[in-house]
Write a protein of this length. Structure first.
Length: 463
């Protein structure tokens, strides 16, 4: 993705070049190089999101084919999230220790292999084990996407470009549902069950993206923190030369005031000083956002079958609603660097609560599709805003670890969610499920408003 051959580090403006890597990256004008790296990283997010929402599709399909009971359906959804919980904790911490690029190479490779094996599962027991392993490989994918892009992108376009990356990724959500509806309708393709092809498609696609990611450079910010300033300087110099060629003009000077050296930060610092407040705020946030966000995506096909629709109809209606995910993500692009992140998170969360209530009470097909669509539009304005925000509230030395550990709580909540939500669905109906979700989203808004710092338009080091 960039040239790394360049002169040895020199002193620029009285500071070692390596300690100025962050300021040098922040002042670059956006270029084809930035758009290219956003595309390569963002496409990888497709498979994380594809896998997440595939759980609801598989639960709806296999309930009839394998005669799954209530608990088994819940585990089909929960197994992948349980693996993601473990993976988010382990791989995100390793990314702070061994580098972002190395973990990028590990996680998709593990997912691709496990997903391919999952397609061969002879029964639900093997399927659950292999779904866990697939989730384990993908556990830190979105954490790495957020961390990696935030550490390369200029601060003026950081939010917008990360939103572009997720717009690519969220195409995976309606694709999973549309493929599911198509393959369920056909039952088999070349003598193989349609749901198995869904898993094969994810495995092969992830393997292809893995090859593309071999070109990615390591994060200069991470290299600087680990005392590898010559390597950081080499990478940044290569990027500067490339951006200058692509834009056809000289680069802005590096503001001396922004040249703040990064340092290693022990993991325990998450629980001290100002970081303790941010950690508490983000842990509460991740638990609550899971119910409002993943609750709809992973449970929609099951909720629709509970409303009396066939499996094929449920997957089709869910797919139409899921089209709001990439559209909402695209709509966030012009908003995310203009509106303070906290404000955007709160406004979109309230929209999710209102649309979720309407979806829960809806009976007519047009209302189900319309409110499902509007819910997913709000969801991805919300999602993109919080994915950018979480990269900005922790320093480079513990950014991946702090985000990953908090993010793992959302995966753990997602493990419990199907068991609670499906029980409430059976006993009280869809309105009760989404009513409870709306209450939790209001609590989330209070959490962010009271404890969250401002971040829009500021350098990572300053925040």
């Amino acid at each position: 993705m960039t040239d790394t051959a360049c002169p040895t580090p020199e002193r620029r403006g009285g500071a070692p070049a390596g300690t100025r890597a962050a300021a040098r990256l922040d002042r670059l004008p956006p270029s084809r190089w930035h758009r290219r790296i956003t595309l390569v990283v963002g496409i990888g997010a497709f498979f994380d999101l594809y896998e997440i929402f595939l759980g609801g599709v598989l639960a709806a399909v296999l309930a009839a084919q394998w005669d799954l009971g209530h608990a088994a359906k819940s585990w089909v959804i929960a197994a992948g999230f349980l693996g993601m919980f473990v993976g988010a904790n382990v791989l995100s911490v390793l990314a702070d220790r061994f580098g972002r690029r190395r973990m990028f190479m590990v996680n998709l490779a593990a997912y691709s292999a496990s997903s391919l094996l999952c397609a061969l599962a002879p029964n639900v027991q093997w399927l659950l084990v292999l779904r866990f392993l697939s989730g384990l490989g993908l556990g830190a994918e979105l954490v790495l996407v957020d961390t990696y892009l935030a550490e390369f992108l200029p601060r003026a376009v950081r939010g917008r470009y990360i939103a572009y990356a997720y717009t690519f990724g969220f195409i995976g959500v309606p694709v999973a549902a549309l493929l599911g509806a198509r393959l369920v309708a056909g039952h088999q393709l070349w003598g193989i069950d349609g749901w198995r092809w869904l898993l094969v498609a994810g495995a092969l696609g992830a393997g292809f993206i893995q090859l593309m990611r071999r070109q990615l450079p390591e994060s200069p910010r991470w290299l600087t923190v680990h005392g590898r300033e010559p390597e950081a300087d080499a990478i940044v110099t290569g990027i500067e030369e490339r951006v200058a060629r692509e834009t056809g003009r000289s680069l802005p000077s590096v503001p001396e005031a922004e040249s703040l050296p990064e340092r290693k930060v022990p993991l325990r610092e998450m629980f001290r000083g100002d970081f303790r407040r941010r950690t508490l705020m983000w842990w509460i946030f991740q638990v609550l956002q899971t119910v409002g966000y993943y609750g709809f995506g992973s449970l929609a096909p099951v909720v629709l079958t509970a409303k009396g629709h066939t499996v094929t109809e449920s997957l089709l209606y869910a797919a139409l609603g899921f089209c709001g995910y990439p559209i909402g993500s695209a709509l966030s692009v012009p908003l995310i660097d203009r509106i303070e992140r906290r404000t955007l998170i709160i406004a979109s969360a309230l929209g999710m609560a209102a649309c979720g209530l309407a979806f829960g009470f809806a009976a007519a097909t047009w209302a189900i599709v319309t409110f499902g669509f509007l819910l997913t539009v709000c969801s991805n304005v919300f999602s993109n805003a919080f994915h950018v925000y979480q990269t900005e509230i922790f320093p480079t030395g513990l950014r991946s670890s702090a985000i990953g550990i908090a993010y793992s709580l959302s995966r753990l909540t997602s493990v419990v969610l199907p068991f609670v939500a499906l029980a409430v669905l059976d006993d009280l109906g869809a309105a009760a499920v989404f009513g409870g979700s709306a209450v939790l989203m209001v609590l989330l808004c209070l959490d962010v408003a009271l404890l969250g710092p401002r971040s829009t338009g500021r350098s990572l080091e300053r925040i």
